[in-house]
Write a protein that binds this ligand. Structure first.
Ligand code: ADP
Ligand code: MG
Length: 371
């Protein structure tokens, strides 16, 4: 048997041998609505190492936010994280925790920054009140002590004249300043993992660049691990160490950022990269036609096939699983029947078919190559 057939380790090793801060394995989150069953996140696996920034990128509707909410324990009915899913934070399994236990985790290790700070800041309280409340909850400090920490946090996120600005209301802050304030609130619990869900999408390019730089600085100072969600490949290029490309609830490609940009393999990733303005000078901007389908049935085929320029007959009949892009590649995987690229078409398809029938078929790298 060649190496691509051998049992693979459950997750891709991060750059170091340290235990990952977050290990997601076979995560499935489903919404049971009156009309249909939406398999919003459908069996994804990835790791985030200490101090690492892992990007999740994909078009709107691909399941990025549901992934984030699942990790935060914020999926409510009619949604549920399915049995067999695993989310381990510093080795501790989070799936199956009670709402109280989740709250504890959110206060003590994982924090999240959302796209729209106005929807998370309360307009009737001052920014200071809200940050102090977070400080009271997470650091058990009150009064002047809480105020001092709040000022420290605002200064840490680059808000000048922090003591005065604490007394202002959210509407008195610009968009960029509001996002900084949200980041300050997220830092109140001194998280090890920060989940950022399109934190700069509502901001103009200059402010976006400042916020991305701020996140980088904070990461270095605090040794934060970051999960960074965006639909924007240009932003991913600036922030991520490693990138997972999502499509219709699945991760279709995963690679270190430089490799993903220099040598993208999945036809969807190639399409996304071609749609970045300015990447192909002088050429017409290419985009992928069509929309992300809502995943309502178990995948027995490739969900991207209807939009894929490379699709062939088997793509309608075999569900692609994540495999090394060529035999021996340990750090670059694609869920596409074209891979491993050094196999014959028939062999590759057979590999996907046989792995797909195995319940834990989401695995990625070659075990033998790691030894
Ligand atoms: P993204 O963040 O990548 O744009 P989402 O994670 O928000 O996408 O959504 C993924 C899929 O899950 C979509 O089809 C969306 O309609 C569905 N979904 C998300 N939240 C709910 C909900 N509360 N009820 C029903 N469906 C939902
Ligand atoms: Mg989203």
């Amino acid at each position: 048997m060649s190496d691509a057939d051998s049992p693979a380790p459950s997750t891709v090793a991060s750059e170091t041998d340290e235990e990952p801060v977050l290990a997601v394995e076979n995560l499935r989150t489903t919404f049971y609505t009156d009309k249909e069953t939406i398999r919003a996140v459908d069996g994804i696996s990835f790791d985030i190492g200490p101090g690492e920034t892992v990007g999740i990128v994909g078009e709107s509707g691909s399941g990025k936010s549901v992934t984030a909410r699942s990790i935060m324990g914020l999926v409510d009915a009619p949604g549920r994280v399915e049995d067999g899913s695993s989310i381990r934070f510093k080795g501790e399994e989070l799936v199956g925790k009670s709402p109280e236990q989740w709250r504890e985790i959110r206060g003590n290790g994982i924090a999240m920054v959302f796209q729209d700070p106005l929807s998370s800041l309360n307009p009737v309280y001052t920014v200071g009140n809200q940050i102090k409340e977070a400080v009271r909850l997470h650091r058990d400090k009150r009064g002047q002590e809480a105020t001092d920490v709040a000022i420290e946090l605002l200064e840490a996120v680059g808000i000048p004249d922090a003591a005065r600005r604490l007394k202002e209301y959210p509407h008195q802050f610009s968009g960029g300043m509001r996002q900084r304030a949200m980041i300050a609130m997220a830092l109140a619990c001194d998280p090890e993992l920060l989940i950022c869900d399109e934190p700069t999408t509502a901001l103009d390019v200059t402010i976006q660049a400042q916020i991305l730089q701020l996140l980088k600085d904070l990461q270095e100072e605090r040794d934060l691990s970051i999960m960074f969600i965006t639909h924007d490949m240009g932003v991913i290029a600036q922030v991520a160490d490693r990138v997972n490309v999502m499509y219709a609830g699945e991760i279709v490609e995963s690679a270190p950022v430089v490799e993903l940009f220099e040598d993208p393999r999945h036809p969807y990733t190639r399409g996304l990269l071609r749609s970045i303005p300015g990447r192909q000078q002088g050429e017409r901007l290419e985009t992928i036609e069509g929309d992300v389908p809502t995943p309502t049935e178990e995948p027995t085929y490739c969900r991207f096939a209807p939009r894929c320029p490379k699709a062939f007959e088997d793509c309608e009949a075999v569900h692609p699983v994540s495999v090394p892009v060529e035999s021996g590649a340990t750090d670059h995987t694609a869920a596409c029947l074209l891979y491993p690229e050094d196999r014959s078409r028939e062999e590759a398809v057979e590999l996907h078919r046989s792995r797909g029938t195995d319940a834990d078929a989401d695995t990625t790298a070659d075990a033998e190559d790691d030894q």
